[in-house]
Design a protein around this ligand. Structure first.
Ligand code: FAD
Length: 496
């Protein structure tokens, strides 16, 4: 039996703990904060219960063999899209139903376009699922993969998601809908790979789901499962260093590569060292290679950071029949949002909060998350991460968060969703707040942004592995869970 230390009790850390404990390893999780779940956070106030992070669960099949009892509730529509011209399109996980909704909203040629696009998206999904999402991937291994030629043609390396949209979709509203999926990986659709068309396919082919009581109940379920498997979870336990030892310091027959440095354990904030045969880091790869195990060669490839989010948690009096579970209100000029939140140093433009952003509202019809006569709204707007560089914003600047809160409420009002006189409270979570709560650098939601190649799951020293949204295969609950499956498979079952 190996002793495994997991750093961080986000979904990636908890899932890998479940998988490894189930495979016979002794697993200890160190979590710096007082709660588990990481970005999958929960906030309760005055009878309201908010998810502060994820609101949409996709690909539930990746959670299937974890022994969790998830009361999945399918969503229809998965998302309601409200466009600046007043048109509305409800997405559906029944492909033909969605096509007919597109036809009714935008006309038959738009429906035909979507049908053709969907065939392409299905090929991209199949290629990604088989070749990329289940396996550890590095630039070298990706290049060396025995891609089937039709898979390569479908993925179209070098093409952007934006150009794929132009290739298939004549209606600008459908292109906007597609562009939005790049931001699900924290990326700009004008630069993100066309392969990201796999995301809408995953969402709409396999459906979008809610968990009654809120998505945070997934973290509760993982915690319960960890307890049943004997995983030790140490809360308020900060890891400051990943400790390693040179090859000569180890017994020759410890089963690991005799020529490489290997992990020895982790140093905690208290100064104590918790020794381990294997360390799995569920913290941002930037944190690993900058702070916990400084590794300049790996740091160099982590420059492309994901977007962050500006979140409002609203207690709202009354009811709002025109909202679906998820509703996105699009602006007239979507590119102005990307120009603002990503910045552009070549034109001397710093990143800034968008003036006219797309606004995503989640409002669950679930008595468990609000008091009678009221609604709990989670409002999310893409935003630059917190920091001082050209691509970031200092979200601690006095007055900025409150001013932007008021601005976004005005934007919603201008789009026909005026909630200002029904507010019981409006709490804000800026990227700086997310950075404080979860140690995500800059409050970036997905760590590294959007490409096919992300920091690998195998670390640069023996016995070190990386899971979570900043590593392969990417961010979002299902991808993070897949990263945990990949790492558990790399480590294998306990022996002896
Ligand atoms: C606003 C928002 C909306 C989102 N919406 C969706 C959605 O609708 N659907 C979806 O699928 N995904 C969504 N996501 C993304 C999803 O939440 C993340 O991809 C996923 O939860 C990340 O899990 P993780 O395991 O990678 O890491 P994290 O959740 O970041 O967990 C890392 C953990 O490590 C701990 N830690 C950090 N440093 C240390 C240290 N040195 N020592 C000990 N512990 C440490 C942190 O405290 C944290 O608990 C959203 C995220 C946000 C923020």
């Amino acid at each position: 039996m190996s002793r495994v230390v997991v750093i961080g009790a986000g979904v990636g850390g908890l899932t890998v703990a479940v998988r490894l404990a189930g495979a016979g390893h002794h697993v200890v999780v160190h979590e710096r904060s007082a709660v588990v779940g990481g970005k999958l956070g929960r906030y309760e106030r005055d009878g309201f219960r908010f998810d502060t992070g994820p609101s949409l669960l996709t690909l539930p099949q990746v959670f299937a063999d974890l022994g969790l009892d998830l009361p999945l509730q399918p969503l229809d529509p998965v998302v309601r899209h409200v466009f600046a011209d007043g048109s509305v399109l409800d997405s559906s996980s029944a492909a033909e139903e969605f096509v007919s909704r597109i036809g009714a909203a935008f006309g038959s040629s738009a429906a035909d376009d979507w049908r053709r696009f969907w065939k392409r998206a299905s090929r991209i999904w199949a290629a990604s699922w088989h070749s990329v999402l289940h396996h550890p991937v590095t630039s070298a291994s990706l290049a060396g993969l025995a891609w089937r030629l039709p898979d390569l043609a479908a993925i179209a390396p070098g093409r952007s998601l934006r150009s794929l949209g132009f290739r298939y979709l004549r209606d600008p509203r459908l292109r906007m809908l597609l562009d939005r999926y790049a931001t699900y990986t924290g990326a700009d659709p004008r630069r993100a790979p066309a392969a990201l068309a796999a995301i809408p396919y995953a969402e709409l082919h396999f459906g979008g789901w809610y968990l009654p009581g809120g998505l945070h109940t997934l973290a509760d379920a993982l915690l319960t499962r960890c307890a049943a498997l004997g995983v030790e979870i140490e809360l308020n336990s900060l890891v400051t260093t990943i400790e390693t030892e040179p090859p000569s310091g180890r017994p020759a027959d410890d089963g690991r590569n005799p020529g490489r440095r290997a992990v020895h354990g982790v140093r905690l904030g208290s100064g104590a060292v918790d020794t381990a045969d294997i360390v799995v880091a569920d913290v941002d790869a930037l944190t690993v290679y900058r702070d916990l195990l400084p590794t300049p060669s790996r740091l160099a490839s982590l420059a492309d950071r994901s977007l962050a989010g500006f979140v409002m948690l609203l207690g709202v009096r009354g009811s709002t029949p025109s909202l679906a579970h998820h509703t996105v209100f699009f602006p007239n000029h979507y590119d102005a949002e990307f120009d603002a939140v990503f910045g552009d140093p070549s034109r001397g433009r710093r990143a800034r909060p968008a003036d006219d952003p797309a606004v995503f509202v989640t409002r669950a019809s679930d008595d468990a998350v609000h008091p009678p006569g009221a609604e709990a709204w989670f409002v999310l707007v893409n935003a630059p991460p917190h920091g001082t560089g050209w691509a970031a914003v200092d979200w601690r600047r006095p007055g900025l968060a409150a001013a932007y809160r008021d601005h976004v409420l005005n934007v919603l009002a201008a789009r026909g969703m005026d909630v200002r006189d029904r507010l019981m409270f409006a709490e804000v979570r800026t990227p700086a707040d997310l950075a404080d709560a979860t140690a995500a650098p800059g409050g970036a939601i997905y760590g590294t942004a959007g490409g096919l190649v992300r920091p690998p799951n195998r670390g640069p020293v023996d016995g070190l592995y990386l899971v979570g949204g900043s590593t392969h295969p990417g961010g979002g609950l299902p991808m993070v869970t897949l990263s945990a499956h990949i790492v558990a498979n790399l480590i294998g079952p306990a022996t002896g």
